[in-house]
Design a protein around this ligand. Structure first.
Ligand SMILES: [Zn+2]
Length: 272
């Protein structure tokens, strides 16, 4: 940071740099953080803090992150350097974009799921890739998840002859919310942005396998996963509703046809 010389407007010459602690409520959390000002040693006049926007925002963000037990920007940078990783190498290890690493180190607040992924990466674990949401793809688990939806909705959504036009939307929300809130997807499925909404990647190859799968071969759903399914079913009791909601999602809308929707996009869901 270059510290420029500022002279007191009252003619007392060079102002000095002074640190002070500020207190505020940020996202519902009381935080203390340090800011730097210029102050005239003669008349005590204060001038705007140094590098105000970035330094103050970083200080607020780090104080908040410390308060809610998320890694601070400094801790992320230090954790990365301890492992001799470049920002790009850490991004690859976590299957996120390098821009995310830069932003988190620079003051953007990471989600809980991403914080967990950062801590795992610092422990040397490769975080599962962003296309499967940290879980091994399982067709029986897709069937099990859809059956759980059917229990909650009180009707069949996996139908004999359909292309899972609606079922895939329920599944997509279940996987994305599970990744966002629980740190891993439910089924390990990869989704593509297709004209009729988010859909299982290569769904044509999968549909028959899903219909014929034995869901009892799947790892049972956890209570957290069941809760998510219940809340999605409650939000979208009709198939048209889940279809329409998925079409309002920017993370689908903005993709070119056929592009993969990475799980890292789950933080930008707007409908749930
Ligand atoms: Zn002065």
């Amino acid at each position: 940071m270059t510290k420029k010389v500022i002279n007191c407007p009252n003619g007392h010459g060079k102002m000095l740099i002074k640190k002070s602690t500020k207190r505020m409520k940020f996202r519902g959390v009381e935080i203390n953080f340090q800011v730097e000002h210029y102050m005239c040693p003669v008349c005590s006049l204060e001038a705007g803090s140094i590098d105000q926007t970035s330094a103050t925002q970083r200080a607020i963000s780090d104080a908040y992150r410390k308060g809610v037990n998320l890694l601070t920007g400094k801790e992320i940078r230090e954790g990365r350097k301890r492992l001799n990783l470049t920002q790009d190498a850490l991004a690859k290890r976590m299957s996120v974009g390098i821009a995310s690493i830069k932003r988190w180190e620079g003051g953007l607040i990471q989600s809980k799921a991403m914080d967990k992924a950062l801590r795992m990466a610092f422990k040397g674990k490769v975080v599962g890739d962003s296309y499967t949401g940290n879980r091994t793809f399982s067709i029986p688990r897709i069937k099990l998840t859809l059956r759980q939806f059917e229990t909650n909705l009180g009707k069949r959504i996996l139908k004999k002859r359909d292309k899972m036009l609606f079922a895939a939307k329920y599944l997509w929300y279940a996987d994305m919310l599970s990744f966002r809130d629980l740190g891993k997807s439910m089924t390990g499925s990869t989704y593509a942005a297709l004209p009729y909404g988010p859909q299982l990647n290569n769904y044509r190859e999968l549909i028959d396998e899903i219909k014929n799968a034995d869901e009892t071969n799947s790892e049972p759903l956890t209570s957290g996963e069941k809760r998510l399914i219940a809340s999605i079913a409650m939000s979208f009791p009709e198939e048209q509703m889940v279809y329409d909601a998925s079409h309002r999602e920017i993370i689908w809308n903005k993709k070119t046809t056929g592009a993969i929707i990475p799980y890292s996009d789950s933080t930008e869901l707007t409908e749930l």
